[in-house]
Design a protein around this ligand. Structure first.
Ligand code: PEP
Length: 261
């Protein structure tokens, strides 16, 4: 597999935090403090659905992209409370997070339903950020690679994105999300390397060498640099620390190797 140089992609997953007014202030702060960095890495903000239209207008004057945190797989229909890929696209989104462990745990999403969503997102022209990761129980039982292997193969079944830029993977060990317990750079890089071999097997070596794989799970300014300096780690999916503009900025700086971290 050739080693392609991959541009970092760092995304903030705001989850169900901030109201519309606070969200607009946070977008404005992030735009301001990352202005000189947004050209060096792909930055993405994923606020709640209610914030998307306002955020799209705010981000239209910056190089930061907009993403959503979930979507329904159907193009339209009687699915009260849901939103489709096209609704996200026409709200200004370029990315959509799919298969986040909180969706799998609290909303019973399965590899099958995630796969339906991935196919629908790609068909609509959105770039999925497909999240995979093992529980602590899986890790302790030595099943990490098997679990992420299944999540990737089933989540991407019957898909062939046109280019590696049209798909992002996020390795998010469930035991590291929101816990303050981060995977070591070695642990994360090993799993990322494994994911790349799975992608090579599913698509081809060139695609696998180009696809970007984010690490997520308690990423903070203090650990971001060491994680993103690893060969297979191409960015971060950041939850809690993305709710503070200066922390998000510090993570981007550390990822780019501008400061310590
Ligand atoms: C996430 O929500 O994807 C996440 C990684 O959260 P946190 O950074 O808070 O662990």
């Amino acid at each position: 597999m050739s080693t392609a140089s991959r541009r970092l992609i760092i995304a903030g997953n705001w989850k169900m935090h901030t109201d519309v007014v606070d969200g607009a202030s946070l977008v404005a702060e992030v735009v301001e403090c990352t202005a000189s960095l947004a050209l060096a890495a792909d930055l993405v903000l994923c606020p709640p659905f209610t914030h998307l239209a306002v955020a799209a207008t705010q981000l239209s004057r910056s190089s930061i992209s907009l993403g959503a945190q979930n979507m329904h797989q159907a193009p339209e229909g009687a699915y009260t409370g849901e939103v489709s890929a096209r609704m996200l696209l026409t709200s200004g989104c370029r990315y959509v997070i799919l298969g986040h462990s909180e969706r799998r745990t609290y909303f019973d999403e399965t590899n099958h339903s995630v796969n339906e969503k991935v196919k629908s997102a790609i068909a609509a022209g959105l770039t999925p950020i497909l999240c995979v990761g093992e529980t602590l129980q899986d890790r302790e039982a030595g099943r990490t690679e098997q679990v992420v292997d299944e999540q990737v193969r089933q989540g991407l079944s019957d898909t062939k994105p046109e280019s590696a830029e049209d798909l992002v993977l996020a390795y998010e060990p469930v035991w590291a999300i929101g816990t303050g317990r981060v995977a070591t750079p070695d642990q994360a890089d090993r799993v990322h390397g494994h994911l790349r071999t799975v992608i090579a097997d599913m698509y081809d070596d060139d695609f696998a060498s180009r696809i970007r794989i984010q690490y997520g799970g308690s990423v903070k300014p203090e650990n971001a640099g060491a994680l993103m300096s690893r060969p297979h780690i191409d960015g971060a999916l950041v939850g809690g620390a993305s709710l503070d503009a200066s922390s998000f900025e510090a993570i981007v700086r550390a990822g780019l190797g501008f400061d310590g971290g």
